[in-house]
Ligand binder design. Structure first.
Ligand code: SAH
Length: 231
């Protein structure tokens, strides 16, 4: 090979991964600007987490190039990773604080758990499909020491670690599971899609007041994969 060619070729090999990484970072910043900030998400910690977590590493390789698009994506086993805006919305609405303890039901890809782990000290997440849970656990444990993954039916919550300051449910239940309401701290917030797979689902905000009173509010129509039950 001509000497003249070797140097540019070497340079290309060295900088290619950098260029690749940078292009995802650009996509991520654009996603936060055009899909998330533009739609009204203002919580600083949520925006920062959405800018930091490499969403492309939480989707199957074949979906990587769509990772920052404005839509949910398939993650295998008939499940999906939510649209970025919905992840940000559900994060902001629970008013996450560093000293909180949060429970997520439906680990799936692990992406929502990673966003929560960027902000909150203790993240507990439950997945019902073992291979998905195991895969998410490997990714999350490589990156965070504040995320705990359990394979189980999330209907029952995670009693040993209750009560939680917040609960994020990422699969649509026909009704709000009573054990989850039970495990919510007084003053805590739960966000959960409610409705059957064949009907309109609504994202509901459940609040437990300091005196234990429960209030629920419907926030917006959504479409989530169904909440499964182990039986
Ligand atoms: N939060 C996920 C979204 C995954 S989709 C992410 O960021 O990728 C919802 C997930 O909920 C699916 O993986 C599904 O298997 C899981 N799920 C459904 N019913 C469940 C249940 N009863 N307990 C725990 N996980 C459940």
């Amino acid at each position: 090979m001509k000497k003249k060619l070797i140097f540019p070729l070497l340079l290309l090999v060295c900088i290619a991964p950098e260029v690749w990484a940078d292009s995802f970072e650009r996509d991520r910043n654009a996603m936060v600007r055009s899909q998330i900030r533009a739609r009204g998400i203002r919580d600083h910690a949520t925006l920062e987490a959405m800018r930091s977590v490499p969403r492309h590493l939480y989707v199957p390789a074949a979906q990587m190039r769509f990772a920052y698009h404005d839509r949910p994506l398939p993650i295998g086993y008939g499940q999906t990773i939510s649209q970025p805006y919905i992840v940000a919305y559900m994060t902001e609405i629970i008013r996450p604080k560093p000293d909180h303890k949060v429970l997520e039901i439906g680990t799936g890809s692990g992406y929502q758990a990673a966003i929560l782990a960027e902000i909150i000290d203790q993240v507990y997440t439950i997945e019902i499909i073992r291979p998905l849970g195991d895969q998410a656990r490997r990714k999350l444990e490589a990156q965070y020491n504040n995320v705990h993954v359990k394979i189980a039916d999330g209907y029952y919550g995670w009693e040993e670690h209750a009560p939680f300051d917040a609960i994020v449910v990422t699969a649509a239940a026909e009704y709000i599971p009573p054990p989850l309401v039970e495990q919510l701290k007084a003053g805590g917030r739960m966000i959960i899609p409610v409705g059957s797979p064949f009907q309109m689902q609504h994202l509901m905000l459940v609040e437990k007041k300091e005196d234990g009173e429960i209030t629920t509010r419907s926030l917006m129509p959504v479409r989530f994969v169904p909440f499964d039950r182990a039986d």
